[in-house]
Design a protein around this ligand. Structure first.
Ligand SMILES: Cc1cc2nc3c(=O)[nH]c(=O)nc-3n(C[C@H](O)[C@H](O)[C@H](O)COP(=O)(O)OP(=O)(O)OC[C@H]3O[C@@H](n4cnc5c(N)ncnc54)[C@H](O)[C@@H]3O)c2cc1C
Length: 402
């Protein structure tokens, strides 16, 4: 309880870890080291309200300055941890400092996957992961500009929605045959494609990016054998876990630092939480999640383990996305072969798709249907069997589908 703890990475998981450790009775000194100029902040608004300009920068921060004083947590910002020396339990900082720890929590998150095509480094190519990225993008967002968005995942679609609202001419390129192909059902993909087209976004599916061209700055992109004029390119093609610190220290990582159900790595004094981790999910398969829920819940479970009250992590993953006036909420994991049941009418812009695995509810995607999502999430946690016919029938109260 009084050991010296260092947290590497000042993001969502780190903020939760500090809060939970103190709430759970951890009294030792905590040092939080982050390579950004600020303390932990929420990233979701960066592609939503903050980018749109309806949320102030100050509202992004997860904790006040007073929180770090009250929790006796030393914030070391603008500082990058470059190595972990497990033999003498120290971490090396980029500026040469060495700090010792009894316990270490790696909460290093993920970084954007970068383009490798010709022209990828031209001025006018943007990514979106941190406040600086959002500010840079916001600064060039002006009505009438032509933005080419590469990637039809959540980041690409949320930026497309904001850009369309702000009067830019938006063309979105996706190599797969549908949007959100990695995470959503076909029903939800098709619904969002129609919504974006209705808002004036031009969608180019099955269209892989080949090159970005221009004389000293972005002027056009080449995709699917054709050329499209563009002033700005926003790339949203996924993230890579920041797991190299762990691997260089001899800890197991495989597209994410491998942790057990207490967030512990192979070294009992080193834990990890959030986007940088890979864990065994509720259905027994290894997975790496990129969501606020996982960062928060893993941090809570790490705090429990450190304070001697371990509770195996088996939370239902959940996620949300805001585009236009649509709120998409997802709980659970969709797997190929799941039986999809539609409740409600996409044309009414309010519906849910429930995913059953052997009759048991495994996932729900709800669009403007918060009650379906809330109930679905609970049923997934309880591993309840549902009746697909009753579930699909909106004349029957949803509660009567189990
Ligand atoms: C634009 C955007 C929109 C999103 N929208 C949603 C959403 O709607 N819903 C949702 O659930 N999730 C969303 N996410 C994902 C969510 O923000 C992440 O899952 C969450 O931030 C993960 O928290 P984390 O603590 O693991 O990592 P992060 O919050 O990424 O924090 C990690 C921190 O560690 C720092 N760091 C890394 N290496 C080092 C080092 N060696 N030394 C010091 N510091 C280091 C990083 O710079 C970073 O500041 C979104 C993400 C982005 C970028």
């Amino acid at each position: 309880m009084s050991q010296k703890l260092i947290i590497v990475g000042a993001g969502q998981a780190a903020a939760q870890a500090v809060q939970s450790l103190r709430a759970d009775g951890f009294t030792g000194p905590i040092t939080l080291i982050g390579d950004e100029p600020y303390g932990p902040y929420q990233r979701p608004p960066l592609s939503k309200a903050y980018l749109l300009g309806t949320l102030e920068r100050e509202r992004l921060f997860l904790k006040s300055d007073a929180f770090y004083q009250e929790t006796n947590c030393e914030l070391v910002l603008n500082a990058s941890v470059t190595a972990i020396h497990r033999s003498d339990k120290t971490v090396q900082l980029g500026d040469g400092r060495k700090l010792s720890y009894d316990l270490l929590l790696l909460a290093t998150g993920a970084r954007v996957r970068r383009l490798k095509c010709p022209g990828a480094d031209l001025p006018g190519v943007y990514y979106l992961r941190d406040i600086a990225d959002a500010n840079a993008l916001q600064a060039v967002f002006s009505s009438g500009k032509r933005i080419a968005i590469v990637g039809g995942g959540y980041i690409g679609l949320e930026v497309a929605a904001v850009a369309a609202k702000r009067g830019l001419t938006v063309t979105l390129f996706e190599a797969m045959d549908r949007l959100l192909a990695r995470s959503s059902s076909v029903t939800v993909s098709d619904f969002y494609a129609a919504e974006h087209e209705r808002a004036g976004v031009t969608l180019k599916l099955r269209t892989g990016l080949e090159a970005i061209e221009g004389n000293g700055k972005v002027e056009r992109i080449r995709a699917g054998g054709q050329t499209y004029d563009a002033d700005i390119v926003l790339v949203g093609i996924g993230v890579l876990p920041n797991d190299e610190l762990a691997t260089h220290a001899g800890l197991a990582a495989q597209d994410g630092i491998v942790v057990d159900q207490n967030g512990m790595t192979g070294d009992p004094s080193i834990f990890a939480a959030g986007d940088c981790t890979r864990h065994i999910g509720r259905d027994g398969t290894a997975l790496r999640l990129e969501c606020v829920q996982n960062a928060i819940d893993q941090a809570k479970h790490v705090a429990l383990a450190i304070t001697g009250k371990p509770k195996p992590y088996s939370e239902v993953p959940w996620f949300w996305s805001d585009q236009y006036d649509l709120k998409l909420q997802i709980a659970g994991m969709i797997r190929p072969g799941d039986h999809a049941v539609l409740r409600g009418d996409p044309a009414a812009r309010k519906f849910s798709v429930f995913h059953l695995r052997d009759g048991v509810l495994a996932a729900v995607e709800a669009v403007n249907a918060a009650p379906d999502y809330m109930l679905g999430k609970k049923w997934i946690a309880d591993r309840l069997r549902v009746d697909p016919v009753r579930l699909a029938d909106t004349t029957i109260p949803i509660k009567e589908a189990v």
